[in-house]
Design a protein around this ligand. Structure first.
Ligand code: NDP
Length: 328
């Protein structure tokens, strides 16, 4: 490790499972990169819904816990076996460890080089939510021109990116949001129809002439899953990728028959970013769309990392739109 690096740093630590009040801004050791890792000085860490599940105890993690896997920054040290990046490189990743901190380590083969044209703080909005939207519409179900696509929370982080990508691929995009302000944001992202939670099932029936959508991407979970399922066409696909309103109860596979020989899956990003090549392919398409203007980032909230608790409160109270970044 180069001598100029500090031994200690500040991090947002969750002391035990529970509410946002369990965050503490604490001094902890700077991690050391192993042979295939790099150490990165954090420019910004991306806030993601999963960190609320880990903080609350919905997902099992060991406490005290430093959340975070998505972040951007500058490489400050590299492991012995690392050949693809050097100190000073601007990078972002969805595979970082404990990124709610001033420094974090990440595997060298899962880094996205950040183009000079992109602000390093904004770059924290790309890896996790960008690659999630990408794998959903390019791999889980390959969206093509003319498809009717439904996705939940169209004004949200993943929601706005997925809307823009599906639209770019030629699909008609329908979504559901909770407020008028969010309706405008989802429309601006390119949604053809933005519905409310009360009647999105009826509306999807109407806009598809009773046929149903080709694919439904549902990350709201408990509150929406049944209606999403009923809105998919015969032999279409229902993709459950989150649980913002709570987990979906146990599911009888026979329902897929009753609804019309549907396909279903419950994917996660790790299964779609298994190799460096796969990460590089996704990153290349995403940065390509960004530079063409087909895709725009909406970093709508910035918090000091020390105020991570406030950011969690806002996300869980449905007060955020687009991306939230935490800056140390
Ligand atoms: P968002 O910015 O989309 O925020 C969540 C949104 O969900 C809210 O703004 C809200 O929008 C909606 N929502 C509906 N019901 C609730 C509720 N009861 N409490 C809180 N929010 C609710 O977050 P992200 O973009 O970070 O993530 C979106 C979803 O995608 C999450 O469920 C997340 O877990 C999932 N995800 C899954 C991944 C995977 O690979 N499987 C990877 C990344 C994210 P509105 O007010 O309009 O209803």
């Amino acid at each position: 490790t180069p001598v100029e690096l500090p031994e200690m740093m500040q991090a947002a630590v969750v002391t035990e499972a529970g509410g946002p009040e369990n965050f503490q801004w604490r001094e902890v050791p700077v991690p050391l990169p192993s042979a295939n890792q790099v150490l990165i000085e954090t420019a910004a860490t991306g806030l993601n819904f999963i960190e609320t599940y880990q903080r609350s105890g919905l997902y099992d993690v060991p406490y005290p816990f430093i959340p975070g896997s998505e972040a951007s920054g500058t490489v400050v040290a590299v492991g012995d076996q690392v050949g693809n990046v050097t100190v000073g490189d601007r990078v972002a990743t969805a595979s970082g460890a404990e990124t709610y901190a001033q420094f974090f380590v990440a595997p060298a083969d899962k880094l996205l080089p950040v183009p000079d044209t992109l602000d390093l703080v904004e770059a924290a909005a790309v890896p996790l939510q960008g690659m999630t939207a990408h794998y959903l519409c390019r791999s889980t179900y390959e969206v093509s021109a003319g498809d009717n696509v439904f996705l939940t929370a169209g004004a949200g982080g993943v929601g706005q990116l997925l809307t823009q990508m599906c639209k770019h691929l030629g699909a008609n995009v329908y979504t559901v949001v909770s407020t008028d302000e969010k309706r405008k944001i989802a429309e601006a992202a390119g949604a053809h129809g933005v519905f409310s939670y009360d009647d999105f099932g009826d509306k999807l029936h109407e806009v598809t002439d009773g046929v149903g959508v080709d694919v439904a991407y549902d990350a709201v979970g408990a509150d929406t899953f049944d209606t999403s399922l009923a809105s998919v066409r015969v032999r279409g696909m229902i993709v459950l990728f989150g649980a913002a309103s709570g987990p979906v109860p146990p599911f009888d596979l026979q329902r897929l028959n009753a609804e019309g020989a549907l396909f279903t899956t419950r994917p996660s990003l790790a299964h779609y970013t298994r190799t460096g090549d796969e990460v590089a392919w996704r990153a290349q398409e995403i940065f390509g769309w960004l530079s063409e203007g087909a895709l725009q980032l909406s970093v709508d909230q910035r918090y000091d990392l020390a105020d991570a608790a406030d950011a969690h409160r806002a996300l869980e109270a449905r007060k955020t739109t687009g991306k939230t970044v935490l800056v140390p």
